[in-house]
Design a protein around this ligand. Structure first.
Ligand code: NAD
Ligand code: UDP
Length: 339
């Protein structure tokens, strides 16, 4: 079976994807520098899969470290999750984001070309659509200049992949545009473990639920949406992980660039999320309305029809499952992997 290198495989989406890859019969090799994850996740992945998944510590900006991986294993394909992803931080540290994300992806692709490994899956984001002109978003919706360096690294890496594919047609470039991944593995052994106070809605909600934070601030309740709060397409991380397996199954060893939205196609508001979460924990979750957050997109949800049609993939898990699994993870691991 094919061997897949999972860069950033110790992170939130990467760890869930490794599990689904192994379940589907792929061999995975994890490569990570732990800049935003902890070694404890590796043992948890082994426990869930019942296998010892090979791991090599390293940074995708290091040609030597990548060459060591490609020399040790016969890698058939790469899924690149390795990247920095905090919008606010990227505004303060644009060079660090370009270096880590863009230079890292460039070095990785260059080593892949050197070793004649031509299957690449990239963690892109709905952020490449910017403030949408209309929803739902299809893969044909315009890609826009991003409003922060993080988002722009996604736009730039997508462009780099497309140009490289034209120059080296053997490449199968898969650009997966994630909507809002939430939830956790049903075992409660792995989940999202952000450093410091979370920026994103779901980890903030889970930390309020376990008493690490007093209440949720809802950023804005006067948006032109049904209840005045912003709308997003939240997708269970296990569905998202399965989307990578479906993309591999379909695109491995094909020549071309393949772009897919990975979302559910349903938009939920912040208040919908609070309601679902309150149901999961069996009590009202405390929240307050706060001013709008700068740069927030009003509404963003996918048209996921292309992924269903071409990959035979569809998100199946409900909003209640997303909330229940997120809570289960946080309840079992109130301090994340620091327990
Ligand atoms: P994460 O921070 O949990 O995982 C990223 C992993 O990559 C971490 O384990 C980190 O240590 C590692 N890493 C970072 N830079 C590295 C480098 N230079 N070399 C080696 N390892 C490195 O984030 P995540 O939520 O799992 O996201 C994975 C990818 O998906 C990211 O590229 C992110 O931008 C993208 N994405 C995430 C979301 C989201 O909401 N979580 C949405 C859209 C796209
Ligand atoms: N949000 C919020 N309070 C928080 C974090 C997020 O009200 O503490 C809102 C945010 O304004 C947005 C939605 O929740 O409307 C999703 O935010 P997140 O950062 O998770 O995702 P993104 O905006 O990047 O899609």
């Amino acid at each position: 079976m094919s061997v897949i290198l999972v860069t950033g495989g110790a992170g939130y989406i990467g760890s869930h994807t490794v599990i689904e890859l192994v379940k589907a019969g792929y061999d995975a090799v994890i490569f990570d520098n732990f800049s935003n994850s902890k070694p404890a996740v590796l043992e948890r992945i082994n426990r869930i899969t019942g296998k010892h998944i090979p791991f090599m510590a390293g940074d995708i900006r290091s040609r030597e470290q990548l060459e060591a991986v490609f020399s040790t294993y016969k890698i058939d394909g790469v899924i690149n999750f390795a990247g920095l992803k905090a919008v606010g931080e990227s505004v303060k540290k644009p060079l660090e984001y370009y270096d880590n994300n863009v230079s890292g992806a460039r070095t990785l692709l260059s080593v892949m070309r050197e070793f004649k490994c031509y299957n690449f899956i990239f963690s892109s984001s709905a952020t490449v659509y910017g403030e949408p002109d209309s929803v739902p978003l299809t893969e044909e919706s315009p890609v826009k200049r991003a409003n922060c360096p993080y988002g722009q690294t996604k736009v730039d890496i997508e462009y780099m992949c497309q140009e490289l594919q034209k120059a080296v047609p053997e490449f199968s470039m898969v650009l997966l545009r994630y909507f809002n991944p939430v939830g956790a593995h049903e075992s409660g052994l792995i989940g999202e473990d952000p450093r410091g106070i979370p920026n994103n809605l779901m980890p903030y909600l889970t930390q309020v639920a376990v008493g690490r934070l007093p209440y949720l601030n809802i950023f804005g309740n006067d948006y032109p949406t049904p209840d005045g709060t912003c709308v997003r397409d939240y997708i269970h991380v296990v569905d998202l992980a399965k989307g990578h397996v479906a993309a591999l199954n379909h695109c491995l060893n094909k020549s071309g660039t393949f772009i897919y939205n990975l979302g559910t196609g349903v938009g939920y508001s912040v208040l919908d999320m609070v309601k679902a979460f309150s149901k999961a924990i069996g009590r009202e979750l405390p929240y307050k309305f706060a001013p709008r957050r700068a740069g927030d997109v009003v509404q963003c949800y996918a048209d996921p029809a292309k992924a269903q049609r071409e990959l035979g993939w569809k998100a199946l898990k409900t909003l209640d499952e997303m909330a229940a699994d997120s809570y289960n993870w946080q309840k079992n691991n109130p301090n994340g992997y620091d327990d």
